[in-house]
Design a protein around this ligand. Structure first.
Ligand SMILES: NC(=O)c1ccc[n+]([C@@H]2O[C@H](COP(=O)([O-])OP(=O)(O)OC[C@H]3O[C@@H](n4cnc5c(N)ncnc54)[C@H](O)[C@@H]3O)[C@@H](O)[C@H]2O)c1
Length: 307
C-alpha cells in the first residue's frame, strides 16, 4: 500500500517524520510530493497511491480520475472545501478531515487576546484581571472545551451556551454552568469567547442587540469566523458603548472603521493566526496518518465527511 503525502506547502520536517513513522510501522510505503507547483506532477504522483494526505491542496475530479487505486483522502486540518466531496463519493473514495487537532492552539490565542483586552492593549495604564470574572463560552465544541479547560486555571467563573444537547452534556461533565440561550450568556458575562461555526443560522448573528447585553466593561473575543459578526451592528454598538472591547483573530471587512470607532478597545490579528502553531500542524499530520492506517487496516470511518 502506498500512502502519498502531497503538500504544495510542506509540513514541518518533524511532522513528516511522525507521519512516516505511523505509515511505515503499519507496513505501508510513504511517498512524498512537496512544493509540486504544477497540477500535472500531482496527477502523476497519485496514479498508484492507495491513500492521500493533503493540506490546502486541491483534490478535484481530475485528480480523482488520475488516482486509479485511491481509497482515502485525508485533509490534515479542519476545513475540507478544497476536496470535491461529490466527485470523491462517485469515485468510491472516502474523505476525512482531522477535527480538533488545532483546538488547543486556537484556545490559547483566545486567552492571549483576553489578557491583552483586560490590560488595555498594553497601553501603559492599569487594567483588570481575569480571575473571578464571568466567562461565557459561546458554543461548546472542540475549541470551546479547550477554552474551558484553560479558564479553570485562570480561576474564572465559566458559563457556556451551545445549541445541541450533546454539548450541554459535555458542559455538565466538565463542571461548566450551561445557560439556556445566547441572550442569557451575554447578559451574565464579563467576557464572551465565540466558537460557533459559520452556518446559515449563525451568519451575521452576533451584533448590536446580543453583544449589547454584556456587563459594563465587557469583552468579546472572536476566534471563530468573520461571517458570524454583523459588522454594521457591532460598529454601532462600539460607538454607543465606549466601555466594550472587541478582539478578533479574523480581520473584519470594515477593519479601518473598527479602528476608528473603537480606538484602544479593538484589536485584530493581521492574518488569521489561531491555528498557526508548530504543534497544530504536527498533530494534524500525524492524526491524518493514524486515520489512514485505521481505515486501511480496520475500515474505521470516524471523521469521514463524504457519504
Ligand atoms: N482562528 C482560527 O484559526 C480557527 C481555527 C480552527 C477553527 N476555527 C473556528 O472556530 C470555530 C469552532 O471550531 P471547533 O473546532 O470548536 O468546532 P466544533 O464543530 O468542534 O464545535 C462547534 C460547536 O458549535 C455548536 N453550534 C453549532 N451551531 C450553533 C448555534 N447556532 N448556537 C450555538 N452553538 C452552536 C455545535 O454544537 C458545536 O458544539 C469554527 O467556526 C471554526 O471555523 C478558527
Amino acid at each position: 500500500m502506498k500512502v502519498l503525502v502531497a503538500t504544495d506547502k510542506p509540513f514541518a520536517q518533524v511532522a513528516v517524520d511522525g507521519i512516516r513513522k505511523e505509515i511505515e510501522n503499519a507496513g505501508y510505503t510513504l511517498a512524498l510530493l512537496e512544493k509540486y507547483g504544477e497540477k500535472a506532477r500531482l496527477l502523476e504522483a497519485v496514479a498508484d497511491a492507495d491513500a492521500l494526505i493533503i493540506r490546502s491542496d486541491v483534490v478535484d475530479a481530475e485528480v480523482l480520475d488520475a488516482a486509479k487505486q485511491l481509497k482515502i483522502v485525508v485533509r490534515a486540518g479542519a476545513g475540507y472545501d478544497n476536496v470535491d466531496l461529490a466527485a470523491a463519493t462517485a469515485h468510491g473514495v472516502c474523505v476525512m478531515n482531522t477535527p480538533g487537532q488545532n483546538s488547543n492552539a486556537v484556545a490559547e490565542l483566545a486567552f492571549g487576546l483576553m489578557v491583552m483586552a483586560v490590560r488595555n492593549l498594553y497601553n501603559g495604564t492599569s487594567g483588570t484581571e481575569l480571575k473571578g470574572k464571568k466567562l461565557g463560552i459561546h458554543a461548546y465544541g472542540n475549541v470551546g472545551r479547550n477554552v474551558a479547560r484553560i479558564a479553570k486555571g485562570f480561576g474564572m467563573d465559566i458559563l457556556a451556551y451551545d445549541a445541541f444537547p450533546a454539548a450541554v452534556e459535555a458542559m455538565k461533565q466538565d463542571g461548566i454552568t450551561p445557560v439556556d440561550s445566547a441572550e442569557e450568556l451575554y447578559a451574565q458575562c464579563n467576557v464572551v469567547s465565540l466558537h460557533i461555526p459559520a452556518t446559515a443560522e449563525t451568519k451575521g448573528s452576533i451584533g448590536h442587540d446580543l453583544v449589547g447585553r454584556m456587563l459594563k466593561g465587557g469583552v468579546l473575543i472572536n476566534t471563530a469566523r468573520k461571517e458570524v459578526i454583523d459588522e454594521e451592528g457591532m460598529l454601532k454598538l462600539l460607538g454607543e458603548r465606549t466601555d466594550l472591547k472587541y478582539m478578533t483573530d479574523i480581520m473584519p471587512v470594515r477593519h479601518a472603521e473598527f479602528q476608528e470607532v473603537a480606538a484602544g478597545r479593538y484589536f485584530s490579528t493581521p492574518k488569521k493566526m489561531g491555528a498557526q502553531t508548530a504543534e497544530a500542524n504536527i498533530n494534524a499530520g500525524i492524526a491524518a496518518a493514524r486515520q489512514i492506517v485505521g481505515f486501511l487496516k480496520d475500515g474505521c470511518e470516524r471523521f469521514r465527511v463524504n457519504k
